[in-house]
Write a protein that binds this ligand. Structure first.
Ligand SMILES: NC(=O)c1ccc[n+]([C@@H]2O[C@H](COP(=O)([O-])OP(=O)(O)OC[C@H]3O[C@@H](n4cnc5c(N)ncnc54)[C@H](O)[C@@H]3O)[C@@H](O)[C@H]2O)c1
Length: 370
């Protein structure tokens, strides 16, 4: 195969942004598009010469595609993915993989039965130079054994008009959550990618429709615990009008601070901190640390990078930047934060996935009954 015939399912929203760079990717041939909204398809036909379908399954069964990019609301990612695998078609799905870890795991299990197929997720932030550098620094031991991770992400501000722009948005039935399932899948994925999945959400505060007229969460503060006893905090909302997005990862060997748009600060401990704490030095100043400032490369188009990588994984067996299988951890962490906050109890990971599904169904049923 020297080109991949790509079909897009769900064309009216974010997919439009992706389509703009399709032409620039060698080996990508955009051949088909599906959307339940005929107006979106009409608009699309004026720009691209592709076959269109009002049903994503028809596109999958059409023989027109080798791969699909699924950019529908989240709840449709799993059924389209499973249908594509049945048909021997490669899948790149938008984030999140699914709304619940159970549904995501089913997708991953289905993919495992078709190892010849590529299954990737549009975790485009994994392709940004800043987060790639953080990953490299942590993986090469610059931070050392984890002591604390804290991420404050208050740069996801969304207005009521945004929430009102689609009937599925910010409803339990249509979206299955708020900031944790729509904006934060990126951060939850990155957090697990950098330091692994926490083993416990010790506590969480979850505000439902606190600053917007929505059913779901628009504010979350969570306390995390890791297997080795390390702790963490995760603070986010769609309500603060700020650019704060600050990640701190602290370990035995050093402290790393990363914020988009700024160089990474790395404070290397001259002596591993645990050894220093137990030493006989009464003056903490003698421990000493070296400050390093690391400027990541200039930002490129991270969405395009993930798509290009997906195409090259199919054509040339390139290693995936964002294998979908790795997307379950972050999703499960988000599920656990929601459960912990709404039930006001600690939640251990891995979670009881059936119980979470029942819990979420209950939220949707109660919201529908109102
Ligand atoms: N990676 C990113 O940076 C990023 C950014 C935005 C959105 N997203 C993800 O993309 C997905 C879509 O979000 P959006 O903001 O574009 O939504 P949207 O509502 O703007 O667009 C979704 C499109 O899917 C169509 N659609 C709905 N149900 C469908 C179905 N069953 N079959 C086929 N088409 C269907 C709609 O008609 C619409 O055209 C979400 O999962 C979201 O999380 C990712």
């Amino acid at each position: 195969m020297d080109e991949v015939r790509l079909g897009v399912i769900g064309c009216g929203g974010m997919a439009q942004v992706h389509m703009r760079y399709f032409d620039s990717i060698a080996g990508l041939k955009f051949t088909a598009a599906a959307d339940v909204d005929e107006q979106s398809l009409e608009k699309l036909k004026q720009q691209y010469e592709v076959r269109t379908f009002t049903d994503g399954y028809e596109l999958i069964n059409s023989g027109e595609v080798d791969a699909v990019f699924i950019a529908t609301p989240h709840y449709f990612h799993p059924p389209y993915t499973l249908a594509a695998f049945e048909k021997g078609i490669h899948v790149l799905t938008e984030k999140p993989l699914a709304v619940t870890a159970k549904a995501a795991q089913e997708m991953v299990d289905a993919a495992a039965k078709r190892p010849e197929l590529v299954f990737a997720a549009m975790f485009n932030q994994r392709a940004t130079p800043l987060w790639r550098e953080v990953k490299r620094l942590v993986a090469t031991g610059e931070v050392g054994e984890l002591m604390r991770v804290s991420w404050t992400i208050q740069s996801w501000c969304r207005t009521q008009a945004y929430y009102d722009s689609g009937g599925w948005r910010a409803t339990w039935k249509g979206e299955g959550g708020g900031v944790l399932i729509n904006q934060c899948p990126h951060n939850l994925d990155l957090l697990c990618w950098f330091v692994g999945q926490p083993t416990r959400v010790a506590a969480a505060q979850v505000g439902l429709g606190k600053y917007h007229h929505i059913e779901v969460e628009d504010e979350v503060n969570a306390l995390l615990e890791f297997e080795n006893g390390a702790t963490g905090t995760f603070s986010t909302s769609t309500s603060e009008y700020s650019d704060i997005n600050r990640l701190e990862i602290v370990g035995d060997n050093g402290t790393l601070i990363a914020e988009p748009g700024k160089p990474i600060t790395l404070m290397r401990n001259n002596v591993p901190v645990r050894a220093f704490l137990m030493g006989d030095d009464r003056l903490r100043d003698r421990q000493g640390k070296t400050h390093v400032s690391i400027d990541p490369e200039k930002e490129g188009n991270s969405h395009r990078a993930i798509m290009e990588n997906f195409i090259n994984a199919i054509l040339h067996e390139d290693e995936l930047i964002a294998p979908a299988a790795e997307g379950v951890s972050g999703l499960e962490l988000g599920n656990a934060m929601l459960l912990s906050g709404l039930k006001q109890q600690p939640v251990d990971l891995p979670t009881d996935r059936d119980a979470f599904d029942d819990f979420l169904s209950g939220l949707a049923e109660r919201a529908m009954a109102k």
